[in-house]
Design a protein around this ligand. Structure first.
Ligand code: M6R
Length: 616
């Protein structure tokens, strides 16, 4: 989840590195650093390593005073795994003699034994990171007469774990050695030279034609070009991918933060995710299904595995799959699933949901499920991501790049995609006629306008409601059925960006414990849209009100009675209960953001979090 960038060519490297790091800062931002090559004697150079704890802006100000000419360098923005955020633990890490510098995204699982071995043979470690072993391993191999590429290959052969790696060596000026295993690396050639990054967003100003390095591949970047090799050093010719989205798509587009921009993109996400998904004959068209209709018809059990917000999308799917297709469905945190011994047979379908498509626990769970014989279907936002590649079939959520750490538009894309999958399962089980499928599909499409309506009309109501939470110490989110699942996502959004403790409870469970928390002013946020259990939810809210709770209700337009119970009401248009997650989640996203702003929090980059969690 860290960000890596590198450049070698005919321009000031520091400027390019800092720009690239800023664009990737959403991946990790507890420290940042660069290693810049500066020419000294003929054919040789020295490496200047500059690192700072905190955001890239801090590194940028430090570099303002740096006046050396450097046309080759590597940079990194970190999210701590081994070792706390500190200057010593920030990347790049260097060899004992300071002539080799390394930036790394991933994890070295056997770092403790490698560190012990390297220390015993005379290497001095200056950080607590796993990454530093790479610098010393490469130094050892280099000292045996290997060139940089061979030394990197040698080091990678000794490491167990995941890496996206970029390395410079003062004795081979202008060369950046790159390696990849289970951690993304993209490489591109621009007019001014050669670029490497862990995310295409850092490259697209220089080039739109990129190579996505595969596991086990290596690249040697020089100002003149890039040579690709496999693990044995044989030349290979990887495929070039053309990236057709522009920088604007990744910028804020006039909104004060990415989160708000992404919340406002949700009507488009609903539409895009549905485009081309139903044929004129009323059949669902999942082009990358990867499973035959017969195989789907045989499915007798579903596991949805995911983490965080994606897990909550799974809770919505459970409701839909069980009520439409009547297939028993369990939703499980991938981090739990992978260490259990779940009952899986060849007729089990595992649905893996992941925005990034690279969450370590979700990937491990997929691999485990496949070994046990399950069919795996992926729901992801990232084309070609590991989740997409390792699943039998996939639906892409069409949310486009999501920058804010708090997932919003990708959640909506996931819910829409899972709704399609649930409909498909119901169709193959002959529980949904073509006519019913058409109707559902049309109503699902209508939610795009309904979300737009919420965005256009409910801003003031959300802002007023947010005041209730400004100085609170805790909040409860409640609902029943679909509402209970939506409440889970509401609570996660609030806690991750406002640092206000929040918990979600099935409303009917309140009197079995949580109601004891309620004292005057305690915020209770209720999903109280019209549903089969609406009346029951209202009764539960009355019990909270009787104990002095401040109630914020997300309710259906036209429901005037709810105002007698709730202190604040945020209205959403009436829709089928099955689709209520798409509409009712939106006010909760907006509420979380407003509360975070009132509490002075950074809504796009909340503390301690990273956008994609590629370590366990
Ligand atoms: O990329 P993934 O969907 O696999 O990520 C899973 C979680 O890390 C993610 O949803 C996380 O909970 C978000 N920060 C929530 O907003």
């Amino acid at each position: 989840m860290c960000g890596i960038v590198g450049f070698t060519g005919k321009d000031q490297a520091q400027k390019i590195l800092v720009e690239g790091l800023k664009r990737m800062e959403y991946r990790g931002y507890d420290s940042a650093g660069v290693a810049l090559e500066v020419a000294s004697a003929a054919g040789s150079a020295r490496l200047d390593v500059i690192r700072r704890v905190g955001k890239v802006a801090g590194l940028e100000s430090e570099l303002e005073g740096y006046k050396e000419l450097s046309t080759c360098g590597i940079g990194h923005t970190r999210w701590a795994t081994h070792g706390r955020p500190s200057t010593a633990n920030a990347h790049p890490h260097v060899s004992c003699d300071g002539r080799i510098a390394v930036v790394h995204n991933g994890i070295v699982e056997n770092f403790a034994e490698l560190r012990e071995e390297l220390t015993a043979s005379g290497h001095t470690f200056r950080s607590d990171t796993d990454t530093e072993v790479f610098a010393h391993l490469i130094e050892e191999a280099y000292a045996k007469g290997r060139d940089l590429m061979a030394a990197v290959r040698d080091a990678c052969g000794r490491v167990v774990g995941a890496y996206g790696l970029a390395v410079v060596c003062a004795d081979e000026p202008g060369v950046i050695a790159v390696a990849r295993k289970d951690s993304p690396i993209v490489i591109g050639r621009g007019e001014k030279g050669s670029y490497v990054a862990s995310d295409v967003i850092a490259l697209i100003e220089a080039t739109r034609d990129v190579v996505v390095l595969e596991d086990g591949q290596f690249a040697k970047l020089t100002p003149k070009g890039v040579e690709y090799t496999d693990a044995e050093g044989n030349a290979i010719e990887p495929e070039v991918t053309h990236v057709d989205w522009d920088l604007d798509m990744a910028e804020k587009g006039g909104y004060p933060d990415f989160m708000l921009k992404e919340i406002h993109e949700q009507p488009r996400v609903v539409r895009d995710t549905l485009v081309g998904r139903m044929t004129a004959a009323g059949e669902l068209d999942i082009d990358e299904l990867g499973l035959s209709l017969e195989e789907l018809n045989d499915i007798d059990r579903v596991f949805v595995i995911a983490c965080g917000t994606s897990y909550h999308a799974g809770l919505i799917a459970k409701n839909l799959i069980e009520s439409w297709a009547r297939i028993p469905t369990e939703v499980e945190a991938a981090s739990e699933f992978r260490y259990r011994d779940p009952i899986i047979t060849p007729t089990t379908l595992v649905v893996a949901v992941s925005q990034s498509g690279e969450t370590a626990d979700t990937l491990a769970a997929i691999r485990d499920a496949r070994i046990k014989g399950a069919k795996v279907f992926g729901i992801t936002n990232v084309v070609g991501s590991p989740v997409a590649r390792e699943s039998d079939g996939v639906i892409y959520t069409k949310a486009n790049k999501e920058i804010a750490v708090a997932s919003t538009k990708s959640f909506i894309g996931q819910v829409v995609s899972l709704t399609l999958l649930s409909m498909l399962l119901a169709q193959v089980k002959y529980r949904l006629t073509t006519k019913q499928a058409r109707l559902l599909f049309r109503e699902l499409g209508d939610t795009a306008e309904q979300v737009q309506h919420i965005l256009d009309t409910q801003g003031a109501a959300v802002r007023e409601a947010a005041e209730v939470c400004r100085d609170a110490h805790s909040a409860l989110f409640v609902g029943r059925g679909m509402g209970a699942a939506i409440a889970c996502e509401g609570a996660l959004k609030l806690k991750e960006i406002s640092y206000l403790h929040a918990e979600a409870y099935a409303a009917g469970e309140m009197k079995h414990g949580p109601i004891a928390l309620i004292d005057p002013g305690f915020p209770v946020i209720a999903v109280a849209t019209k549903s089969p259990t609406y009346d029951k939810t209202v009764s539960n809210l009355m019990e909270c009100r009787a104990r002095g709770a401040s109630i914020i209700a997300v309710a259906t337009e036209g429901d005037e009675d709810i105002k007698k119970i709730a202190d604040h009401v945020i209205y959403v248009p009436r829709c089928r209960d099955a689709f209520s997650a798409i509409t009712a989640s939106v006010p909760l996203q907006l509420l979380a953001r407003e509360v975070a702003l009132l509490r002075g929090c950074d809504v796009d980059q909340p503390r301690n979090l990273a956008k994609s969690v590629t370590v366990e």
